[in-house]
Design a protein. Sequence first.
Length: 443
Amino acid sequence: MLEKPKLTCAIYTRKSCEEGLDQDYNSLDAQYDDGASYIQSQRQQGWVVSPVRYDDGGYSGGNLERPALKRLIADIEAGLVHIVVVYKIDRLSRSLADFAKLVEVFDKHGVTFVSVTQHFNTTTSMGRLTLNILLSFAQFEREVTGERIRDKIAASKKKGIWMGGVPPIGYDVQDRKLLINKPEATTVRFIFERYLAHGSRVRMVQELDDRCYRAKSWTTLEGKKRTGKKIDTLHLHKILTNPIYTGKIHHKGQLYEGEHEAIIPQETWDAVQAQLKSKAPRTKQLTYKTDVPFLLRGVIFDMHGVAMTPSYAKKRGKHYRYYVSTKAIRHGYSSTDLRSIPAEQIEPLVIGHLRQFFTAPEIIQLTHAKAQVQSPHITVNEVREGLQQFNEMWDQLFPLEQNRIVRLIVQRIQVSLQGVDITYQPNGIMEVYGQVTGRLLSA
């Protein structure tokens, strides 16, 4: 008869107050002994008591900030515990929401849960049913709490009350109210007026940087200082489209009169919104952008390690594709030496490198060594011939499939004024090799 595998059982005990803990035999000891006795009764199932005790004396069950509980969770995550045993469910937690969080940790690591006095055991079907009922109530409690919070926020915003978050530049927070910060308000007015003058967010960002204007610096409720960074095009757009500067509070598409004072007159606001709308890309352009394939999407970076994103331009009725540095997009073209590179220039170069990659002797040897694990009799020549099929296969692939192949083989493409540096991930070649040869091989 096969012996049952050993299952380490951790006994968790808790007492809210410290009264009586100095006694030779206290409440924690009584809970532990009851748990140990129950585990002993299950010894035929392979249950054994953990040599480590997890006792939280003088800690409330209303939260999870308990030292012994944290040690228990750490041991569970380390695979040292298989079953958690408690005297009663409320010893583990008095909050259904917290209890649900603990159960998620248990489930993730395959740990079961037992309550000695309540005949609650998730190793049985009845125990799992009871657990599901409890979790359903926990979910209900979370949803009701969420609805109450959302209703409170909606009611407060309708009254024009600012409901917190990162304070917008131009305002300070005092007694949970927005008060105008005069120097910052001057910056906000400058941004709106200058944008109306030239209508270019990129030029606006460059001008703000030249004048050393920065985003909002503020202090959290915990006293941590947050220093304002450079204002990029994304942040600029948030400023230009934030109705809070007209004295309004926005909530779910509706505007309500706020308690705070406006910085921007309504006519200035309307003029800026009209200009932003006139600068928005037309639908036809967006459709073209979506349809155009970009082979190196997600793997190409500039010399500073900043991602380059697909873009396009239209000149004399013809469309041109580019990879543009996101630093240039957000901080202006003068912020980087390499603003963009034509897709028609960089993509053929990378494809050429890939073709050479598949014929490189070291790649053939590496692929052969890995292929031998599943096909011991395969020869180097067979592997070489298989990899050479890549050239024929590549030309027959759809653009999206070509992009997938690139992401399998290429880890990173770094472009600079001096040239292109490609970092490969050789493990991906095994899946490509399997596709071109019909062999199902793993890396």
